[in-house]
Design a protein around this ligand. Structure first.
Ligand SMILES: *Cc1c(COP(=O)(O)O)cnc(C)c1O
Length: 421
């Protein structure tokens, strides 16, 4: 996929005169158009929903745009449930897929009318004790263990993953939930991260569809929806191909027709909780080259660091880097493009072929719209950058300001320090 940026060099340069780097920029038009393609592809199912994984881009302005495009949310914590509420997401379109969940978070989700997705068999009893009953709708997270192979390194092998229930536990869980009066049932799984192969999702769908049939045969419980989790990848590298949503939908539909329809389970809701493909390609980290260093390697130092985007440092993840105004220049230099953290893994790009970078150049880090700003941190006293949104009318608006020193010190009682001896 050719890497693009939605502002011209002149537009970006003018913008940074009034709004200093570093910042995240999101493209509203790109997000909306992509979401419409995704929805259209899956409209071949009788009921389809995308619950955007809030953790990927926890900004209520973005959530509001996605809600307008028909999305619900998938939340992993109480603050994410609250963000969904702030963004006006309908309560029954919020799925709470948490793990090691504190009782008060279950209470909040239940009182709020959100769908609770349980991560363990023992949580049935925990939830019942916490709420005094079970909710009318419940979902269980399936861990297929050794039954699912070929998983990639971010999530790892299912049998080594802490998430979900085993196959035997799933059957027993639905039996118990039914006995206890639960009326609507979901079946969730998430076994991949950043996967680009459509066949992988068809295989996963087959696995959960077969389990839905087995649940019906063994317990009489009719599954109302399956939630295929997230994990649809994006082409971070220019030579990778984007996942064809139509192809994924059609391959899953073929499994649906083979398994779900003959078992009498049609209509079955097909849900996703994708984060990465929804906002990832439509967000960029924009920073400025402020230093160059010539030692054993050539370094370009940015005014940003891995506190703003930790994927390269944490996973060795590739993020494409381009230099504003030099898109067509020859990549005849080799640089490590680095941030200011006192950690040597703070490198946005390692030994990357790029055009010559001069001090003051605007450096664009691509595909940062999911798991980007969201994973930021304050180690080394770093203040995280803000976020701006390019509206469809071409205006750029701030949707999160940058952090200040006061934000960083907000949890400290500074008067207390003065008196402390
Ligand atoms: C992280 C996560 C997602 C979103 O994953 P993406 O790779 O961003 O699509 C969805 N569901 C659960 C349970 C997750 O942990």
């Amino acid at each position: 996929m050719k890497k693009t940026f939605p502002l011209t060099h002149e537009q970006l340069t003018a913008f940074t005169k009034t709004y200093p780097t570093p910042f995240y920029l999101y493209d509203e038009k790109g997000i909306r158009e992509n979401m419409r393609r995704f929805t259209k592809a899956f409209s071949i199912f009788p009921e389809f929903r995308e619950h955007f994984a809030v953790k990927a881009c926890p900004n209520p302005y973005i959530l509001k745009i996605l809600a307008e495009e028909g999305c619900g949310t998938d939340c992993s914590s109480l603050p994410e449930l609250m963000l969904s509420e702030i963004a006006g997401i309908k309560k029954d379109r919020v799925i709470f897929t948490s793990n090691e969940t504190p009782a008060e978070e279950f209470r909040y989700a239940y009182a709020n009318g959100n769908i609770i997705n349980l991560d363990d068999f023992t949580h049935i009893e925990f939830l019942e004790k916490t709420l005094g009953r079970l909710p009318d709708t419940i979902c269980f997270r399936y861990n297929p263990g050794p039954a699912k192979h070929g998983c990639n390194s971010i999530i790892g092998k299912p049998e080594e993953a802490k998430y979900g229930l085993t196959r035997e536990q799933m059957i027993e869980a639905y039996r118990i939930a039914k006995e206890k009066g639960v009326k609507r049932f979901g079946l969730h799984t998430m076994v991949a991260s950043n996967e680009l192969n459509p066949d992988f999702f068809a295989d996963t769908a087959k696995l959960v569809f077969e389990l839905a049939v087995e649940v019906k045969e063994k317990t009489g419980v009719r599954i109302d929806f399956v939630d295929l989790g997230g994990g649809l990848g994006i082409p971070y590298k220019p030579d990778q191909k984007a996942v064809d949503y139509d192809e994924v939908a059609e391959k899953i539909r073929a499994e649906y027709d083979r398994t779900i329809v003959p078992a009498g389970l049609d209509p079955l809701g097909i849900y996703w909780e994708c984060g990465r493909p929804i906002t990832g390609p439509y967000g960029w980290l924009v920073a400025k080259a402020i230093h160059e260093k010539h030692i054993y390697r050539e370094y370009i130092g940015l005014d940003s660091c891995m506190a703003d985007l930790m994927r390269p440092g944490m996973y060795g993840a590739y993020h494409h880097v381009s230099v504003s105004g030099k898109e067509d220049a020859a990549c005849d230099h080799v640089y490590d493009v680095v941030g200011s953290l006192c950690e040597n893994c703070d490198k946005f790009a390692v030994q990357r072929e790029l055009p010559e970078i001069n001090i003051g150049d605007l450096v664009i880090i691509h595909d940062a719209g999911a798991h980007g700003r969201a994973m930021g941190f304050n180690y080394n006293g770093k203040l995280r950058c803000g976020e701006v949104l390019l509206r469809e009318d071409g205006k750029v608006v701030e949707i999160r300001r940058r952090e200040t020193v006061n934000d960083l010190f907000a949890t400290l009682d500074l008067d207390g320090v003065e008196k402390f001896n």
